[in-house]
Ligand binder design. Structure first.
Ligand code: MF3
Ligand code: CO
Length: 285
């Protein structure tokens, strides 16, 4: 049966097929998952997302300059809020599905979605992910970095370094008319080769006109699976890599904080990317 609900590349009878139409239809007819045309950003939309990304990077640079031992994660939240609003933008997480703060701050065994608090104080040896997302003129960007506080154990430092390399390797695996699964496959191989595991429960995502769009960008999986990568698509890659097992749970007390089941640390790095005809471009540098 013809599945009306599957993503399709819509072409109107009577309108000439472009080279892009022909290319995408070729994959669609072979049964591959393709984007809808609405996921292909216009030049104007790309410019807006790019400007959003510049502010998002500015936020992370301020955090990088100010973060230190003894600081509460609520102070990081205030820095993020002030800088973002001061630049005419809105923190995307603030009130997003009830998330109460302007940034996610995830320390050690917290995988992601940690909620900033006056009670959480950065201490020597902590590793923290600061995940910033910005809405500017309606356009969304999303990126995160790890920070090491004081003297971090060499094994933990290695986790942070390898996770950053996972992001770079995932990015290099993303090619125009390749597949989302190529990204996950490359990341999983590299993480596991280094003795780590890839969180399965949370993935990267399309971004730009909304916070979370299609496709889902998982950081594990097989090549030539998932959605076709078409120039004009904007999405995040944001591997969460665990030192121990990949299992995670959500703290029922706040409904947000994601933690490792085994209590071992987790790291994450994230950028927002644009797929172009020539390859992938980072929009959150
Ligand atoms: N920046 C996170 C992401 O990559 C935001 C998750 S939603 C939140 O999707 F509400 F938890 F912030
Ligand atoms: Co994201």
């Amino acid at each position: 049966m013809f599945n009306k609900h599957r993503n399709r590349w819509h072409v109107t009878k009577g309108e000439p097929l472009t080279e892009l139409d022909k290319k995408v239809l070729y994959f669609q007819n072979k049964g591959f998952l393709v984007p809808t045309k609405s996921l292909i950003k216009t030049a104007e939309q790309i410019e807006g997302i790019r400007q959003s990304g510049v502010i998002n990077t500015g936020v992370l640079d301020i955090v990088a300059a100010e973060i230190r031992e003894g600081m509460s994660t609520a102070e990081i939240d205030r820095l993020v809020y002030e800088y973002t609003v001061g630049h005419g933008a809105i923190p995307a997480t603030l009130n997003y599905e009830g998330f109460p703060k302007s940034v996610c701050t995830s320390i050690n065994n917290v995988v992601c979605h940690g909620i900033p608090s006056e009670k959480v104080i950065l201490k020597d040896g902590d590793i923290i992910n600061v995940d910033v997302s910005t809405i500017y003129k309606g356009y969304y960007s999303d990126a995160s970095r790890m920070f090491m506080i004081g003297n971090v154990k060499p094994e933990w430092e290695r986790l942070v370094k390898v996770t950053k390399e996972c992001l770079e390797i995932g990015m290099r695996a993303a090619k125009p008319f390749g597949f989302v699964g190529d990204i996950g496959n490359a990341i999983q191989k590299y993480a596991e080769k280094n003795g780590y595991s890839v969180v399965r429960d949370l993935c990267g995502h399309g971004v730009g006109l909304e916070f979370h769009e299609e496709p889902e960008v998982c950081h594990f999986g097989r090549k030539k699976t998932g959605m076709l990568l078409v120039p004009g698509m904007v999405f995040t890659i944001e591997p969460m890599i665990n030192m121990g097992r990949y299992d995670v749970y959500v703290d029922s007390r706040d409904g947000w904080t994601v933690l490792t089941v085994d209590g071992l640390p987790s790291a994450q790095w994230e950028h927002t990317f644009l797929m172009t005809d020539n390859g992938i471009e980072i929009l959150t540098y």
